[in-house]
Design a protein around this ligand. Structure first.
Ligand SMILES: [Zn+2]
Length: 306
């Protein structure tokens, strides 16, 4: 019998909360090269997979995704090279198969390519078997297309099911970047037990989609000019720098890659580059740096040294 939430006993509601939880903070005393702050910029190269995932096959919808690969991605890769900034590109396998040259341009640019589902599926709707199958195939496909086996995963739409952490461990990922339990990296706990999996947390605040997306037949419209997002992200960066933490950002080529919005990305990179105490890294490099500490001890006391 299915119980309503108000009928749950304490072990039940506690069990749901404890299933996936933040463990120790992994922020180091100091970032590499004596840097005060780490900066990890990412792009989710979803392109056509957003409409495809919903079974929307109209050329009109697909053209918006096409823009992301055809126009935006090359501009972004050139801009990153100009500022000498490494980035992480999360790519659904179907997107990688549609655009193998784009994947190659990421690898050639020294960037990370990592898992972002098969076709941007909604994990919450899948059985464990289907989620495992799609994630495993996505991992193998990206390895084949990119020539490097990804070490990290970002679940599509940050849609993290009851089975996702199990699957992440089963497939041997070093890190995840889908959860929001902190501003800075932490170790994931599964039912209270340390997993050794590094979480590089995300937030909608540090994402371009909520500020710029529009629902054609709904009432929702972007409510601020692109340069206002720049101020939010700079404030996030400055606070991360003051706290000695991580500034992590999630962008989408098909969203940020338009002319009036690339202005924002350029200004952001310029302002961050103006500091000489910043460690730019891919998410995989952040996880690599922090992961050894997760296996060195099983102390899960909040605030225990990493
Ligand atoms: Zn996505």
């Amino acid at each position: 019998m299915t119980q309503e939430p108000w009928q749950w006993d304490e072990p039940t509601w506690r069990g749901h909360v404890d299933r996936v939880r933040a463990g120790r903070s992994l922020t180091p005393q100091q970032w590499p090269d004596g840097a005060k702050v780490a900066v990890a910029i990412s792009f989710d190269s979803d392109h056509e997979t957003i409409p495809l995932r919903d079974g929307e096959t109209s050329p009109g919808k697909l053209a918006q995704g096409e823009y992301g690969s055809r126009v935006a991605a090359p501009k972004i890769v050139r801009m990153l090279a100009q500022y000498d900034v490494p980035a992480s590109f999360y790519m659904p396998a179907v997107s990688a198969l549609l655009h193998p040259d784009e994947v190659e341009s990421y690898v050639d640019g020294g960037h990370e390519v990592a898992v972002h589902g098969w076709i941007h599926e909604r994990n919450m709707l899948l059985s464990r078997a289907d989620e495992l199958d799609l994630t495993g195939r996505a991992l193998d496909t990206l390895e084949k297309v990119a020539g490097v086996r990804p070490t990290g995963i970002r679940t599509p739409s940050w849609d993290f099911s009851d089975n996702t952490l199990d699957i992440i461990r089963e497939l041997g990922f070093a890190y995840d970047s889908s959860l929001m339990g902190d501003d800075d990296p932490y170790e994931l706990l599964a039912d209270g037990q340390p997993t050794g999996v590094v979480e590089i947390p995300v937030e909608w605040i540090r994402d371009d989609a909520p500020y710029f997306m529009m629902e054609r037949y709904g009432g929702l419209r972007p409510y601020m000019p692109p340069r206002s997002a720049l101020q939010i992200w700079l404030d996030e960066f400055e606070a991360a720098r003051e706290e000695g933490g991580l500034f992590q950002l999630t962008l989408h080529p098909h969203i940020i890659g338009h002319r009036s919005r690339l202005v924002v990305l350029r200004a952001l990179l310029e302002r961050i580059r103006a500091h000489d105490d910043v460690w730019f890294a891919t998410h995989a490099q952040v996880a690599d740096l922090l992961r050894p500490a997760t296996t060195a001890t099983t102390d899960t006391t909040p605030g225990a040294p990493a």
